[in-house]
Unconditional design. Structure first.
Length: 255
């Protein structure tokens, strides 16, 4: 399979870069490894912050990261596009390079925050802002989802702050939480992508008492790899459908 582009979508502060830095750092099976010098430099710097118990700062522009995914059977190339919003220069569809990422995406990962006072990104989903968030998702799906569809994963980010841990962060728990706290957005996702899969993840694993914005250096990240592996399996199946009509059953699909 050729390199796949995965679009990681969510507001500033939801943990997009932290999610990838934690994967590259070595947590949760560490299936990702940088494929170019710039990606290696950036992720080493951000992973170092996590190791020192410091939060990863917000990324205020589109970043493209080239990584390899190690699976039990093979090593794949995957390219992540991580656009931030709000912001006129990186809002969906306003720049030609951003549009190109949307149009060639092989899968979409939507990160949604827990509705906790300690989560800054939750402000982006306050009652008076939900209509704007919904329109942004519509823009993403209208640009990325072809008639045959693309795999879409919806993940509860920072799931530890929603009371979940590695044992309880099941797809069912993630969907139940998101349907309770982001019902309108979940319904919107399912309208465009009825086969969307739900996940719960935490790049920190836990946060020190009284310092919810800081990672615990001894924390154990959880749930990071499954959405990436599922999206790539879906992208591979979609490619087989286009070429041969029937995809092979993958390990991720069987799980």
């Amino acid at each position: 399979m050729s390199a796949a582009t995965l679009l990681v979508f969510g507001p500033t502060g939801v943990g997009k870069t932290t999610f990838l830095a934690a994967l590259a750092r070595g947590g949760d099976r560490a299936p990702l490894e940088p494929l170019d010098a710039e990606t290696a430099r950036f992720l080493a710097e951000e992973a170092g912050r996590l190791a020192r118990g410091r939060p990863v700062p917000a990324t205020l522009h589109t970043r493209r990261l080239a990584l390899g995914l190690r699976t039990a059977r093979e090593r794949r190339r995957v390219r992540f596009s991580v656009p931030d919003y709000p912001g006129g220069d990186v809002a969906p569809g306003t720049r030609s390079d951003v549009r190109a990422d949307y149009e060639c995406a092989a899968g979409v990962l939507v990160l949604l925050p827990p509705m906790s006072a300690s989560v800054r990104a939750a402000d982006a989903y306050a009652e008076d802002a939900r209509a704007a968030r919904a329109q942004e998702l519509v823009s993403v799906f209208e640009r990325t989802l072809p008639p045959g569809g693309l795999p879409v994963a919806v993940a509860l980010s920072m799931a530890d702050r929603a009371g979940l841990d590695a044992a309880s962060a099941t797809p069912e728990a993630a969907r139940a939480y998101l349907e309770t706290h982001h019902r309108g957005l979940v319904e919107l996702v399912l309208r465009y992508a009825p086969d969307a899969r739900f996940f719960a993840l935490s790049a920190y694993g836990s946060t020190p008492a009284g310092r919810p914005q800081e990672p615990d250096p001894s924390g154990r990240p959880f749930g990071l790899a499954p959405p990436v592996e599922w999206l790539l399996a879906g992208a591979e199946a979609a490619a087989w459908r286009q070429v041969e009509g029937t995809p092979p059953e993958s390990d991720a699909r069987r799980r």
